[in-house]
Design a binder for this molecule. Structure first.
Ligand code: 13P
Length: 351
């Protein structure tokens, strides 16, 4: 197996998933502000260190996606974050897109930018120790959106990013996110997710991306957040698997879902149901959650050193539950044994 294939496979090794801790400074500042936590380079460093070093969490976390700020920072013990990851057996990763910007002539749709100079930035991140990368494209849903222009432009950018990553010896995580916001039905979500995945894999093929050396990070097929009828867990599992079977080639070693604004326990239940469902599953199915892994820890920490241990326990608990769901072995009884943590759901998303 090549090194890139080995890294891709190790990121989805049994019962393990990825921590997305790559929020931009402005997104993390909004989350901190909502909890009255002062956002500074050192408070953001303390928060990321708390997550990374949570005792025992390394059993469930295979990789961490960092922001540019974090990969250049050191832990309080003076070790670069990359070295701290390696010590814990966690593969260091990096967000490399420059954010979703208005797509000219197609408001409110957006295109993810960051291709200019990407080869050089990837080379630097590889030098700093990153072994995988992430690029997120977003698709708004309505009766008429996403437009063909938005789908084609973002699919092309994702594929060019992925090809550059592989050239620079980094495993690309390809993240096309069909947004949950909106009143659309689960059927509409499945239709749009299908069209987006079809366009993305066509573009990946055209750009010569090796599917064995990448991971797919999609949304689950769910009802829009404002839809009057919310699909149940079984419907989400069936719709998500049907969509992936039809549109995600079996050569991709792993599918690591984003949480996309689902509540933490809901995201865990969905992943568990997906893994328990009958039928072929040629890829590993795991998590690459941001908010659904972090929210209870952040709301417990509140920026106070005396809360670090409790926040780490909250993070450990969600990581463990999601590990169980990646194995299809989660039970809601797990939540009863947990220390109660403040109930939060952060709406802030990256630009
Ligand atoms: P959420 O799980 O909070 O959607 O974040 C995942 C992510 O990496 C978004 O790019």
């Amino acid at each position: 197996m090549t090194d890139l294939a080995k890294i891709a496979v190790s990121l989805v090794s049994k019962g393990k998933g990825i921590l997305a801790a790559d929020e931009t400074v402005s997104t993390l500042t909004k989350r901190f502000d909502a909890l009255k936590i002062n956002s500074t380079p050192s408070s953001r460093r303390d928060y990321r260190e708390l997550l990374l070093t949570a005792p025992g969490a390394g059993e469930f976390i295979s990789g961490v996606i960092m922001h540019d700020e974090t990969i250049r920072q050191q832990t309080s013990a003076g070790a670069p974050f990359v070295a701290a990851c390696e010590q814990l057996g966690i593969v260091p990763g990096i967000k490399v897109d420059a954010g979703a910007k208005p797509l000219a002539g197609h408001a409110p749709e957006r295109v993810t930018e960051g291709l200019d100079g990407l080869r050089e930035r990837l080379a630097e991140y590889r030098q700093l120790g990153a072994r995988f990368a992430k690029w997120r494209a977003v698709f708004e849903v309505s009766d008429t959106l996403p437009s063909p222009a938005c789908v084609a432009t973002n699919a092309n950018a994702l594929a060019r990013y992925a090809a550059l990553c592989q050239e620079q010896e980094l495993v690309p995580i390809v993240e096309p996110e069909v947004l949950m916001d909106g009143a659309h039905t689960i059927e509409r979500c499945e239709k749009v997710t299908s069209a987006v995945l079809r366009a993305v894999f066509l573009a990946l093929f055209e750009q010569g991306v090796r599917l064995e050396w990448m991971l797919l990070k999609p949304n689950m097929v769910v009802s829009g957040a404002q839809c009057r009828r919310q699909a149940d867990v079984g419907e989400v599992a069936v719709g998500t698997l049907r969509c992936l079977r039809r549109h995600a080639p079996a050569a991709v070693p792993g599918v690591v879902f984003l949480s996309g604004g689902q509540r933490d326990v809901t995201a865990t239940r969905h992943l568990d149901a997906i893994n328990r469902a009958d039928g072929p599953k040629p890829w590993k199915l795991s998590f690459s959650y941001g908010r659904a892994l972090q929210d209870p820890a952040l709301a417990t920490w509140l920026g106070k050193p005396e809360n670090v241990a409790a926040a780490q326990k909250a993070f450990y608990h969600r990581a463990r539950c999601n590990s169980l769901s990646a194995l299809g072995k989660y039970s809601e009884n797990e939540e009863k044994h947990a220390e109660p943590s403040p109930s939060v759901s952060s709406d802030w998303r990256d630009d």
